[in-house]
Design a protein around this ligand. Structure first.
Ligand code: SF4
Length: 366
């Protein structure tokens, strides 16, 4: 394991504009990827289920949310959830990724937690083998707030019902100054870190993300990486039973975002060169502690995501089967990927590919 770079060194890398320096950063990230994660590029067969887009919050980048009764508002019933799960399993999925809007009406017997548990049971009773990657730290806080519970109580109940891991979404940028503008109603930085660390303590692995390329500064990006690295160091050094499994940079797509943020950012699609530089710096910054890095083909397109595989990424993500949240924001990458398409993209780099499960165990092809 090489030395970790400091926040100041990370900042210096992120601020490079000289093409030669950027090429050296890319090459370093690619070498580290090779030593930390190997040459094989992995992928997962998974399906997204976004059970509702009715949400009480109004994040300034979100084109997905609706108020109840708005055109385009939806809330899947149990039969629809089961139907989508059955289809996912039929198509070889090992994972269902489930997240939704924060819908205060989503309750059973007067409890928000009971509604979420029913979501889990609906899938797990029928398909106990499927890995449920579900409910962001924001959703955990939402349930806890509505029902007056501790975060740990919510996490234990979801874990015991069959949730296998927690998406590290709703992180956006872990900087309260940015969050006040981007997502003022969302949990603050400390709460996000507290919920994710509690999940690790309770044996629930998480992923980690950054929403980049909007109003944040390089200093705030590095601050974000530093918080993730130290969160993972805590999980490892304290011997927690779970930790962060992967890091996914999510470049901001503004095409359909609410006007004020779109105007402030001044462009609709991510700038690939910025996204790739952050991808490489994240590998250098985090790779000793979080070896798996995944680009988002939804945000970058498949060509951009394939390019990211030589900027420090070792995984190309999932098939998704249906992607709504970023596509509604105007992303051009598509809503699903066939396994063969992902494999062909990986093979175009001359690298081997391998199906994995959510926790990066190898899946034998059937
Ligand atoms: S990002 Fe999530 S929490 Fe924010 S408005 Fe959209 S659905 Fe709601």
């Amino acid at each position: 394991m090489g030395c970790d770079i400091s926040p100041l060194e990370g900042l210096l890398l992120l601020k490079q504009t000289d093409p030669e320096a950027i090429a050296a950063i890319r090459s370093t990230a690619d070498k580290l990827r090779y030593t930390q994660a190997g040459d094989t590029v992995t992928y997962v067969i998974n399906r997204n289920i976004n059970f509702t887009n009715i949400c009480e919050q109004h994040c300034s980048f979100c084109a997905f949310r609706r108020d109840d009764g708005d055109a385009g508002a939806y809330w899947l019933d149990w039969a629809q959830i089961l139907e989508k799960s059955t289809d996912a399993v039929r198509r070889g999925a090992t994972e269902i990724c489930m997240q939704g809007g924060l819908n205060p009406q989503a309750q059973r017997n007067g409890k928000s937690l009971h509604y979420y548990l029913k979501l889990v049971e609906t899938i797990k009773q029928e398909f106990p083998q499927i890995h449920l990657h579900a409910f962001s730290p924001q959703e955990v806080q939402f349930i806890a707030r509505i029902d007056g519970l501790k975060y740990a109580d919510v996490i234990v109940a979801l874990r015991d019902a069959g949730v296998g891991s927690m998406p590290g979404t709703a992180a956006e940028v872990l900087d309260d100054e940015v969050r006040r503008i981007l997502c003022p109603e969302k949990i603050d930085t400390a709460t996000w870190l507290e919920i994710v660390s509690t999940a690790h303590k309770l044996g629930l692995p998480t992923t980690s993300t950054i929403l980049s390329g909007h109003i944040e500064t390089p200093e705030q990006q590095i601050g974000h990486l530093e918080k993730l690295r130290s969160l993972q160091q805590t999980a490892i050094n304290q011997g927690y039973p779970a930790r962060i499994t992967e890091f996914i940079p999510l470049p901001f797509v503004g095409q359909e975002a609410p006007k004020s943020l779109r105007h402030r950012v001044g462009r609709d699609q991510p700038v690939l060169t910025d996204a790739l530089l952050l991808t490489a710096v994240a590998r250098i910054y985090l790779g000793n502690w979080i070896p798996n890095h995944q680009p988002s083909w939804v945000k970058l397109g498949l060509a951009g995501a394939t390019e990211a595989l030589v900027w420090g990424c070792n995984d190309i993500g999932g098939t998704l089967m249906e992607e709504h949240i970023t596509t509604m924001a105007g992303a051009l990458g598509g809503t699903c990927m066939e396994v063969e398409t992902l494999q062909t993209a990986i093979a175009s780099l001359g690298r081997p590919y391998q199906q994995r499960d959510t926790l990066y165990h190898r899946v034998k092809s059937s």
